[in-house]
Design a binder for this molecule. Structure first.
Ligand code: ARG
Length: 588
């Protein structure tokens, strides 16, 4: 559906044209003085010079025209040359009724459906998830959902970090502890056991132990590097161990992500790119893009317009080993081969930006991907603690994701029980549902590229710009609708009646913007725009609720009309939080 703002814009353009003026400036914006008007147009001012007229005269002429339009209730020309507009109530109710009847609430199908792969999560196998991974998961999941809502084909890929030294470290430590396992017997030719030789908790303990040892013990480190090398060069027993590590890790990761309501279509990892590396490097050389520099294989990616020096992209180290860049390039090889996406979006810590600049340029230059494939880096900032430094545990260690979630759950539980609105048996589940909203909204309400402070007290508050406040508003609507149903009323969608009060009209005006907000949020890959919008919706709803006696309304037709408006508000909020990746409880 056409945006409300565009409908208004068209009307203004027609008026400009009819008065013989250039329509370049004939635009409507939402008023920043809602006390004076709902929409405004400032186009008369820039016209003054060429038209040799005072802006107020131009504005008055145009106002005369606009007054004939059924779209407006009032049109005013105000000095020095503003046009202040209020929308006609019937026109607004008609527009919103059409939105209410549309399954997508007025959001338009894209002109061209794009196939978009989104690379997010990026957990490292056998290492615990930390808060940095949380941001990638939360933002990526939301962008994926936003893209789907808008109508694109979105493919989420977790891109596991499953190919580094950490694998060699685990193998080395395991070998020290259990040297008799068949995996370490080089002469063993039989099948390997299907059961993993460790559990997830052992694995989580093995890795940090091995990592600490390697930092102190040079021999141990060499052994781990050797193991990594042998693993990467096809040693059977080690590859069987790797398969177990992956299995055990992925099962655990899936559980963790499920708790976060995050899911992936593909569980590919760095190791899946390995088979493509040799051919890729060879071709880059043959085509004359890659050359050897101090033994290493590199591709130049600097461009004349660069403000700062972009170093060459390293493809292979002098010992033939591959790097993080190599893996990301080879990953693009199979992404192109198997999926031919129109776009690949990477949701990664913004400190990795240079790496991606190199990868993107190199992939285009060496023709791994077609020229028109969009490669997008969506870099996010750091989650800080209240001291403004990267979020840590109270003891100063790296904060694990599960602990952060557990702490938030606990605080939420306290608040939910204190509130006394949730039966004891539901308290636990409700706290978890609301806590997840607190965490995700707290993160997503900030522009992704910015650092932000994780503040449990603020994020879990039922008031202010928080996830729980949004949910609280939704619960409020649900409870009114339930009461209405208990009294025999039927909740339905459909016609939205013309507003009787300012509070009602404000709510309606905001709801009418859903399509524009969603499409813009996707175009900018900016879930924070959805947050800002649903916060506005929630505020407007609560204002309307306080000003209006909904259940006390005696005129049944009017009351049913209110309920339909509430129902539409709830739908907008539901779609909004679905895009953000959380849910609302029945009560809280
Ligand atoms: N595993 C990486 C990390 O923990 C993130 C991976 C990001 N994605 C990518 N295609 N490089 O930093």
């Amino acid at each position: 559906m056409k945006y409300l703002l565009d409908l208004i814009g068209n009307e203004i353009q027609a008026a400009f044209a009819a008065c013989g003026y250039d329509t370049t400036y004939a635009k409507a914006t939402i008023s920043n003085r809602p006390d004076l008007c709902e929409f405004q147009c400032n186009g008369a001012m820039p016209l003054a010079k060429s038209a040799h007229k005072a802006p107020i005269m131009i504005a008055e002429e145009i106002a005369q025209r606009l007054k004939e339009s059924v779209l407006f209730e009032t049109v005013e020309a105000v000095k020095p040359g503003f046009l202040n507009l209020r929308l006609n109530k019937e026109a607004l109710s008609e527009y919103l009724s059409n939105i209410a009847k549309d399954e997508k609430l007025g959001v338009n199908a894209p002109e061209k459906v794009k196939k978009i792969m989104i690379d997010y999560g990026g957990p490292n196998v056998a290492k615990p998830l930390h808060v940095g991974h949380l941001r990638s998961a939360i933002i990526g999941e939301s962008v994926k959902r936003l893209g789907r809502y808008v109508g694109h084909e979105m493919i989420g890929d977790v891109h596991l970090g499953d190919w580094g030294l950490q694998m060699g470290l685990i193998i080395t430590e395991l070998k020290e502890r259990k040297p008799d396992l068949v995996y370490f017997d080089e002469n063993y030719e039989g099948e390997y056991p299907s059961e993993a030789p460790f559990t997830i908790s052992e694995l989580e303990e093995i890795y940090p132990t091995a990592s600490a040892k390697s930092k102190e013990d040079e021999k141990y480190k060499e052994a781990a590097m050797q193991a990594t090398y042998e693993l990467q060069h096809g040693r059977r027993g080690y590859q069987a161990v790797l398969a177990h590590i992956l299995d055990v890790s992925v099962t655990d990761l899936k559980k963790n992500y499920e708790n976060l309501k995050v899911s992936f279509d593909l569980w590919k990892g760095e190791s899946d790119a390995q088979p493509y590396i040799a051919d890729m490097a060879k071709k880059m050389q043959e085509d004359g893009y890659a050359y050897s520099s101090e033994g290493a294989l590199v591709v130049d990616v600097k461009e004349e317009t660069d403000a700062k020096e972009i170093p060459p992209c390293m493809i292979l180290k002098s010992d033939g080993a591959s790097l993080y860049t190599t893996t990301d390039l080879a990953t693009l090889v199979w992404r192109q081969q198997d999926y031919q996406p129109d776009q690949v979006i990477y949701v990664v810590d913004k400190r990795q930006e240079l790496h991606f600049v190199q990868v993107f340029r190199c992939a285009k230059k060496t023709k791994i991907v077609p020229e028109d494939m969009e490669l997008t880096f969506l870099g996010f900032g750091t989650m800080n603690g209240k001291d403004g430094k990267p979020f840590k545990t109270r003891e100063g260690g790296v904060m694990r994701l599960e602990n952060l979630v557990a702490d938030t759950n606990k605080e939420m539980y306290r608040k939910i029980v204190e509130g006394g609105k949730v039966p004891q048996e539901e308290a636990d589940q409700t706290s978890k549902t609301v806590a997840l909203a607190a965490i995700k909204y707290g993160d997503l309400s900030n522009q992704a590229s910015k650092d932000y402070v994780f503040d449990v007290d603020r994020f879990t508050s039922f008031e202010g710009n928080t996830g729980p406040y949004i949910l609280y508003t939704m619960v409020r609507i649900k409870s009114i609708m339930k009461k209405y149903q208990e009294q025999g009323g039927k909740v339905e969608c459909g016609n939205i009646m013309p507003a009787k009060t300012e509070a009602q009209k404000s709510l309606m005006l905001i709801l009418a913007r859903w399509n524009e907000v969603v499409e813009n949020a996707f175009a900018d890959l900016a879930p924070h725009k959805i947050c800002a919008y649903i916060y506005e919706v929630a505020n407007a709803l609560n204002h309307f609720y306080h000003e209006t006696s909904i259940m006390g309304e005696e005129d049944e037709t009017k009351k049913a009309g209110y309920i339909r408006l509430l129902n539409l508000t709830l739908k907008v909020l539901e779609d909004g939080i679905e895009i953000l990746g959380f849910e609302a409880p029945e009560r809280m």
